[in-house]
Write a protein that binds this ligand. Structure first.
Ligand code: HAM
Length: 426
């Protein structure tokens, strides 16, 4: 039964406990390796920003800005927001630190918590974690394709299957306005079937109705005109060049002409990686091109492309996959001490052992040899080092092999050599 007086975590916010933390490290380490192979550099941006950073980029009509931001006024009266995503802060930092100098392509990645006040449900949290990447300074469709391939490399490395890449182009300032108008006219005639929120926002951004999860809007969206008839030649060519290498590599890419994404900054390429195993919140990664955002933020005109994946959703796909089985992390050596002097000796020995790379656990709190050996057993350490009066007198510990049960004398000054030999033979 839950203790009513005990303080509990906030709804939609999760602890990552020691038993799952290794899975997180596995994802983060694999992502780092892959980013390195693709020559990306890490950027760490703050967890909160001025509210305008998000309002001006994600868009006033997006669900995030409209109803999901954790915004507060700080003591100085400034409006701040916990980051709901990473792209806007990275763009802000790119401009603030003039990362466009020297001119060229800048490839950045980031990892960390994001915050959205969504209704919590399976796969949807209020604090969740993203691993994301952004490339600035090139409008080459090869960048888009390479980023999608890079995301898929991570899934392959983690042995995650049954994925689909949904791809679309949201057009550019040349061709999107005519699609927008056609979509708006279509939606206006069906206004009674749309949800209140879409009713209020289709004038400003009719594309939002395509991304809305309410059943009425989804039914209308299913019949709505698609963007492909409105693409200009350049957008069409760009999309073809993104798609071709994905098809050549036999990646599971499908066109989804209704894919609008939940953020307003996209131009041209938009994509999502979805898994049929995830239920309603099926998108595990998403991204696209945002060629106007840097300029909109006051930077030099800079085309850009990026994506982010949700770590919680990714880990929920780990399943029984052997590749993701976490290695045994029991200590190499457990030190049992029989008196105060032995405890003091254990400081020196454990320090030395750790400096040689051995993972050492010490028994704390004393107790009989029997109870300490029980603790050593429970720790599943490979060896136990016992230090008592006799051992101190002989300047040699008793080293017990916890698998065979054999014991031997290990002189303190030869301990490392003995262990190196023993570990070499296990
Ligand atoms: P997003 O599609 O909003 O895109 O989020 C990316 C991923 O974050 C989603 O596919 C999902 O896995 C995860 N995610 C989003 N919201 C939640 C939530 N409430 N709980 C759990 N996981 C969630 C972006 O954030 C863009 N910044 C991606 C991007 C980068 N576009 C260009 N560059």
């Amino acid at each position: 039964m839950k203790n009513k007086n005990a303080i509990q975590s906030v709804k939609g916010v999760k602890d990552i406990l020691p038993e799952t933390a290794p899975q997180w490290r596995r994802v983060e380490d694999s992502a780092m390796e892959i980013f390195d192979l693709y020559n990306f550099q890490e950027i760490r941006v703050p967890i909160f920003e001025k509210t305008d950073v998000f309002k001006r980029s994600i868009g006033e009509t997006s669900d995030i800005v409209e109803k999901e931001m954790y915004t507060f006024t700080d003591r100085g009266g400034e409006s701040l927001t916990l980051r709901p995503e990473g792209t806007a802060p990275v763009v802000r930092a790119y401009i603030e630190h003039k990362l466009y100098n020297p001119p060229g392509v800048k490839k950045l990645f980031y990892m960390g918590p994001m915050f959205r006040a969504e209704r919590p449900q399976a796969g949807r949290f209020r604090q969740f974690h993203q691993i994301g990447a952004e490339v600035f300074g090139s409008d080459d469709p090869a960048v888009d394709a390479e980023m999608i391939i890079m995301v898929m490399d991570l899934f392959i490395e983690l042995n995650i299957k049954s994925l689909k890449i949904k791809l679309n182009s949201l057009g550019c300032p040349n061709c999107r306005p005519s699609y927008r108008e056609a979509l708006y006219n279509f939606l206006k005639e069906r206004i009674g079937s749309l949800c209140d929120l879409c009713n209020a926002r289709i004038e400003k951004n009719p594309l939002r109705a395509l991304d809305c999860k309410s059943p009425g809007c989804q039914a209308v969206a299913a019949e709505a005109p698609t963007i492909d008839k409105y693409w200009c030649d350049d957008c069409r060519a760009h999309l073809d060049s993104v798609r071709k290498p994905l098809l050549d590599l036999e990646l599971p890419v499908v066109m989804d002409l209704k894919l609008a994404r939940g953020l307003d900054y996209y131009t041209r390429t938009a994509f999502e990686v979805v898994s049929e195993k995830l239920g309603a919140q099926n998108s595990v990664a998403g991204g696209g091109r945002y060629d106007s955002l840097v300029e909109q933020f006051g930077g030099p005109p800079t085309p850009a492309m990026g994506f982010a994946l949700g770590v919680e959703r990714l880990i929920s796909l780990f399943g029984e996959s052997e590749v993701n089985e976490i290695e045994d992390d029991a200590p190499d050596i457990y030190i049992v001490t029989m008196n105060h002097e032995a405890q003091m000796k254990a400081f020196e020995l454990s320090h030395r052992l750790r400096s040689y790379g051995y993972k050492v656990e010490r028994g704390f709190g004393g107790g009989s040899i029997k109870s300490q050996m029980r603790k050593a057993d429970r720790s599943q350490s490979r060896f136990t080092l016992i230090i008592g009066e006799d051992e101190l007198a002989k300047d040699a510990a008793t080293l017990r092999d916890m698998v065979s049960g054999e014991q031997k004398e290990a002189p303190f000054n030869e301990l490392i050599d003995i262990l190196d030999e023993d570990f070499g033979s296990v």
